[in-house]
Design a binder for this molecule. Structure first.
Ligand code: C2E
Ligand code: CA
Ligand code: CA
Length: 326
């Protein structure tokens, strides 16, 4: 066994300081040292205290937010590459914080995962997205009805209750299973593979789609691709953003697309920002695209207004970012 030691150091600052204060400060410094890496030491500073307090405050706020349901979903269209017609939406969570305004996921998703609050947050996200998806079906022919894609975190995917939650939510909102797609990341599959696999198989049995998000950035073991019931791959933004003729990225996307299609999966490229990127992706045979070129994430009403329209012309102008989304 190899062990390492992380040391937090606190120095007495004022006469009023108690032994408890000193120990607390040393503790905060020790956590900072651990965060830096194994075998480190850190001396406590006042800034560490305030960032520890900020985190504590955020955690308290997050618990309240779950209870008060302060989460709202925004929707970003997923567009068929050739016709540039909306075929679905990805639901993305925003936190309407009572004093700080609209917070984007990078402020709170990691903390929600750490604290387990992601389970309640995820349930709210799923319910809102299915409700919006069901509303978008009204008055449309079956081919026109868009699917909704919901992000599922690792903690949710291994919950034994996940599939029952999906069944209940679909039944209560009226969204048919084939119009729901769940996005999971590759790293999700590493931790508790057996529980995740079981849930994925049950979801497939229900008719719900399961896609691998941020494909190509994580663990990328090709062995799971055919072993698991995966209906689609989302090529990560980092590949799309560096797309240039003769670039390695182009080869990678081509390889991913061919592999996915041979396995019967649909391929979506994320983070499409330019017409040139769109053209390359189209030539590579990527079926669907998503990105700021078409629309930023928008609220449910603005998203519904995009259905049936085709991008490439006036429609793209209609989907300007909402305040805070740009
Ligand atoms: P993601 O699943 O990869 O979502 C796509 C992110 O890329 C979104 O950021 C979206 O606004 C952004 N994006 C879309 N098009 C473009 C583009 O053309 N250029 C650039 N630069 N960015 C683009 P957002 O909404 O901030 O979400 C960030 C991440 O937060 C998501 O990444 C996802 O991992 C997580 N997340 C969002 N909503 C949920 C949720 O309801 N549950 C869980 N578990 N995670 C969520
Ligand atoms: Ca996603
Ligand atoms: Ca993604």
């Amino acid at each position: 066994m190899f062990t390492s030691v992380s040391i937090g150091i606190a120095l007495p600052e004022t006469r009023e300081q108690t032994a408890t204060d000193l120990l607390r400060n040393a503790d905060i410094a020790m956590y900072r040292a651990k965060a830096v890496g194994p075998g480190q030491q850190e001396v406590f500073t006042a800034a560490m205290h305030s960032s520890a307090l900020d985190l504590l405050e955020l955690e308290t706020d997050l618990r309240l937010a779950v209870a008060r349901n302060e989460f709202v979903m925004h929707y970003q269209p997923i567009v068929e590459a050739v016709q540039q017609r909306v075929i679905g939406f990805e639901a993305l969570v925003r936190w309407m914080h009572p004093t700080r305004g609209m917070l984007m996921p990078h402020h709170f998703i990691a903390l929600a995962e750490e604290t387990g609050l992601i389970v309640q947050l995820g349930a709210s996200a799923l319910r809102q997205a299915c409700t919006a998806g069901a509303a978008m079906m009204e008055g449309r022919s079956p081919e026109e009805m868009p699917f909704v894609a919901v992000n599922i975190s690792a903690r949710q995917l291994v919950l034994p209750s996940l599939v029952e939650e999906v069944i209940t939510t679909l039944a209560e909102t009226g969204l048919p299973p084939h119009l729901l797609s769940l996005e999971i990341t590759e790293s999700t599959l590493v931790g508790n593979a057996a529980a995740a696999t079981l849930n994925m198989k049950r979801l497939q049995h229900l008719g719900v789609r399961v896609c691998i998000d941020d494909f190509g950035t994580g663990y990328s073991s090709l062995s799971y691709l055919h072993a698991l019931p995966i209906t689609g791959l989302k090529i990560d933004r980092s590949f799309v953003s560096q797309l240039e003729p003769d670039s390695d990225r182009l080869q990678v996307i081509q390889a991913i697309t061919e592999l996915g299609q041979r396995l019967g999966m649909t391929i979506v490229a994320e983070g499409v920002e330019t017409h040139a990127q769109l053209r390359h992706l189209e030539q590579l045979g990527v079926e669907a695209v998503q990105g700021f070129l078409f629309s930023h994430p928008v609220d449910a009403a603005a998203a519904a207004a995009l259905i049936g329209s085709r991008f490439g012309g006036a429609a793209a102008q209609a989907a300007k970012p909402l305040a805070g989304e740009a």
